[in-house]
Design a protein around this ligand. Structure first.
Ligand code: F6P
Length: 517
């Protein structure tokens, strides 16, 4: 992809206000508002016209987006550095994967996790004679963020079931809080780790086992542990009962693993029906991505707009503001999905990247972040596009608080778009302080309502839009080599093998007295 043409469009549009663009009335609204799988995506507040969009679409076609999408959805080797397909869609029979070998393969573990979830939920699985009332998922990154997001987002829709807690940090207080107040005999721990070699997860898992053994006895403790892993032998070697090790293939990337056995905590806590509806929602988005023409394809439009903001307009970041208390963890989830996938500057075939890769993603719960960092978004010296994510039903809700939530979201988009010019003749001292530049782009993504299907579709939309971006950037979105070095160096520190480390780090360790082992 040549950034020159995109930059030329950006230059051409720089003289126009966002309001002029938004009110052009030339078919732009039809092109920039799409609906699919219970979602509406409205990109009319972007600094983009139909001409620039046409260039982005032609870049997408020239980059082979259609054939690469088809390859992804049919199990082609899209992760070249690890020589693997990316088949997480098999868990929802999405894309072209219904009836495929991959879909058949995962059906076995789907049946196993479902059966185990039913046993735990019904009270039939009670290893210490007490019904399981709390499930603690121990995992980090993709083995934590997905289950954590979905547990929170769908908490109101749980069909009974044990409460869900999460441990990701090595800070002992994380585990302490996760078990506080529960009868140890009623806790089921799930160790979720694709590799089953992640230090944080294994150390917390061992600590949990020791803690539980102290309460229910070492002979019973093992039955309070299950595992979700692509390395089942390692989970068994850790001491997990082989019948409670639920595996998944290595072609499920960590940040795409919520659909797999990594979702076991959700299946137990929310119920298998809720979990299946979540997968079905994602499948609806897969079908849309696979079949809609590029011009009417939501993940394609979303991906192209994010490329446009990053490369055409040069914005280094994007803010995700979710106007739903239940979706406060969405930004964290997207942060890993996008930054671990697109934070690369090397091409698929190993040459220096032609672009800087994807943007920094951050955000939080809309009404709360309005009162913390939105000041920076409105008047700071950097422009950062915002994705507003809300619930369509709120706009016409009987509950005034839900209408106010929707109004807040709409108002923020309007404020970013127009800004405000305060007349110095009226307020000579404060005019410049109170004026806001405006011209700051945003997009609005509305879920019909927050339910398992719409949440599944929302996540799948972002998975696919990341893929679209990766095609235009010519990078592999499915590996993550950049996180390896820190792991190796941590081991060196704990092993006391730091002679090759830089002087600053050696001095820090000497000063603070970290002991090996
Ligand atoms: O360190 C990064 C990472 O490998 C992520 O890609 C992954 O989601 C996370 O660590 C946890 O890995 P695992 O599931 O293998 O414990």
């Amino acid at each position: 992809m040549s950034d020159i043409e995109l930059k030329a469009h950006a230059e051409r549009l720089s003289g126009l206000s966002l309001r002029e663009l938004a009110e052009a009335g030339d078919g732009r609204d039809e092109a920039l508002i799409l609906t699919a799988a219970g979602l509406e995506f409205d990109a009319t507040k972007q600094r983009l016209d139909l001409e620039a969009l046409a260039t982005l679409l032609s870049h997408a076609r020239a980059s082979g987006l259609e054939s690469k999408r088809d390859s992804l959805l049919s199990g082609g080797i899209v992760n070249a550095t690890e020589n693997r397909p990316a088949l997480h869609m098999a868990y929802r029979e999405g894309g072209n994967l219904a009836g495929s070998d991959a879909a058949i393969l995962v059906k076995r573990t789907q049946a196993e996790t479902r059966e185990f979830a039913e046993r735990v939920r019904s009270g039939a699985y009670a290893p210490s004679g007490v019904r399981i009332g709390r499930v603690v998922n121990i995992g980090i990154g993709g083995s934590d963020l997905g289950p954590r997001l979905v547990a929170d987002a769908l908490a109101d829709q749980a069909e009974g079931g044990p409460e869900l807690r999460f441990v990701a940090s090595l800070d002992p207080s994380d585990l302490r809080h996760a078990v506080a107040g529960a009868d140890p005999a009623s806790i089921l721990f799930i160790i979720a780790s694709k590799s089953f070699s992640t230090q944080e997860t294994l150390m917390s898992g061992e600590a949990a086992r020791d803690w539980l053994a102290g309460h229910v006895g070492a002979d019973r403790a093992g039955a309070h542990f299950a595992a979700a892993s692509a390395a089942p032998e390692k989970a068994k070697a850790f001491g997990i009962d082989p019948t409670l090790v639920f595996d998944f293939p290595d072609w499920v990337g960590g940040r795409y693993s919520v659909w797999s056995a990594v979702g076991l905590a959700l299946e137990i806590g929310l119920g298998p029906h809720v979990f299946q509806a979540f997968r079905d929602g994602a499948k609806a988005m897969d079908t849309h991505f696979a079949t809609a023409p590029l011009e009417r394809n939501m993940p394609v439009l979303k991906g192209l707009i994010d490329v446009w903001n990053r490369i055409g307009l040069g914005y280094p970041a994007r803010c995700v503001a979710a106007y739903s208390a239940r979706m406060g963890k969405l930004a964290d989830y997207f942060q890993q999905l996008e930054m671990e996938s697109l934070g690369k500057s090397v091409t698929v075939d190993g040459r220096p990247g032609k672009t800087p890769g994807g943007a920094l993603v951050w955000g939080g719960n809309g009404t709360e972040i309005q009162h913390s960092f939105f000041q920076w978004l409105h008047q700071g010296g950097d422009v950062v596009p915002v994705d507003f994510i809300g619930i369509a039903r709120h706009f016409a809700s009987d509950d005034p608080r839900e209408r106010a939530l929707a109004a807040n979201m709409a108002a923020q988009g309007a404020a970013l778009l127009d800004g405000r010019k305060v007349d110095p003749a009226v307020e000579p001292e404060l005019a410049s302080h109170k004026s806001m530049p405006g011209g700051r782009p945003s997009a609005t993504l509305l879920l019909d309502d927050l339910n398992p299907a719409s949440l599944g579709a929302l996540i799948a939309l972002h998975e696919h839009k990341v893929f679209v971006e990766s095609v235009l950037y010519d990078i592999n979105p499915f590996d993550q080599w950049g996180v390896e070095l820190g792991k190796v160096l941590t081991k060196g520190i704990l092993d006391g093998d730091i002679s090759s480390y830089d002087a600053s780090t050696r001095a820090l360790l000497a000063r603070t007295g970290l002991t090996p082992g």
